[in-house]
Design a protein around this ligand. Structure first.
Ligand code: GLY
Length: 335
């Protein structure tokens, strides 16, 4: 088992346990004094947990429509009827949707109770479950209501990844690919548990430096600006990780167009993304004008024009005020 400590600025911190069988460690990572555990999961997850105390298991529905405030309200009501107190614990068992919803409900219930995440998808293990971002969608947009609520521990049981549907696995790889340029290097050459642990370490270091995304944390969105636009314009035909894969190749092309990286670095982006069997071109039917409009509305944008996380001589950094003409012209490189 590999243990990665996630340090936080105020001296708090928590362990992330990575490896086969990590789920068996649940009882040992619960905060001291916990007498009841409220498990949140989905019917299809099929991962059994044993916290070694009184348990209530609540199921939430599958799919983005269930990531909503009414789901949080229903969970909190069930917990109140169960008698969950502030000295007990919530345990989210599932992918990013489950950990986002369970974490957000935990942040609200009794004004905040501890949460432990048992991340069962690759995407949740390397990204969603670590770092404390929680939340739900509104009809007006994704993740518009949420809280920073750090878990007490995260368990990344790599055995749970062996049964992931192939498309979900590849989507996780799309998110994993970004870590190659966030200090991970040739991650594709590492065994799975070391690869997951390395991504967690990188994320932990970034989160420790900027927990509430006042700046640097936005580098974790490497490849995401075009990805979000493709997801929305395409009506979510492409899954998030697939869109991030295209977004990474685009970010490399944009970096080259801006003189930040050379041909070899662009080729390395294409090698990694293709090696993970992910797409490198924008699906047909998505027009430049719509993608430009959506990229201009990205959450990172404040008032300075187009904003991208871009790699360069000093690694990935957030670059403000990128020339819209260059952004538009570079779309041709991923057509
Ligand atoms: N998924 C990006 C972040 O946690 O900041």
């Amino acid at each position: 088992m590999i243990t990665v400590e996630v340090p936080l600025p105020d001296g708090r911190g928590y362990p992330v346990l990575v490896g086969p069988g990590a789920v068996a460690e649940l009882a040992s990572v619960l905060p001291p004094g916990v007498r009841r555990v409220a498990v949140v999961t989905q019917p299809g997850i099929g991962v059994e947990v044993d916290p070694g105390c009184d348990v209530l298991v609540s199921h939430i529905g599958d799919g983005e429509p269930h990531k909503r405030l009414s789901t949080v309200e229903a969970l909190c009501s069930e917990w109140a009827q169960f008698g969950l107190t502030r000295s007990d614990c919530v345990v989210g068992v599932g992918g990013g949707l489950v950990t986002d919803v369970a974490g957000f409900a935990a942040s609200m219930y009794h004004r905040g109770i501890p949460v432990v995440h048992v991340a069962t998808s690759l995407l949740a293990q390397i990204d969603a479950a670590v770092g404390g971002k929680t939340g739900v969608n509104l009809p007006e947009g994704k993740n518009l209501v949420g809280a920073y609520w750090q878990p007490s521990a995260v368990l990344c049981d790599t055995d749970t990844l062996t049964t992931l549907p192939p498309r979900e696995w590849r989507c996780g790889l799309g998110e994993l690919a970004k870590y190659h340029w966030l200090g991970g290097g040739r991650l594709d050459e590492l065994p799975l548990d070391e690869r997951v642990a390395r991504c967690v370490e990188i994320k932990a270091e970034v989160v420790a430096s900027d927990e509430r995304e006042s700046g640097r944390r936005a580098i974790l969105n490497y490849g995401h600006t075009l990805a979000h636009a493709i997801e929305i314009a395409g009506g979510h035909d492409l899954r998030h990780g697939e869109a991030v894969a295209i977004g990474l190749v685009y970010a490399a092309e944009l970096g080259r167009a801006l003189g930040r990286i050379d041909d070899a670095e662009v080729a390395e982006h294409r090698r990694v993304v293709s090696g993970y069997d992910l797409p490198t071109t924008i699906p047909d039917g998505l027009e430049d004008a719509e993608l430009m409009d959506l990229m201009a509305r990205d959450k990172k944008v404040r008032n300075e024009g187009l904003v991208f996380a871009l790699t360069g001589p000093d690694g990935v950094e957030v670059v403000n005020g990128v020339d819209p003409d260059v952004v538009r012209a570079t779309l041709a490189a991923v057509r």
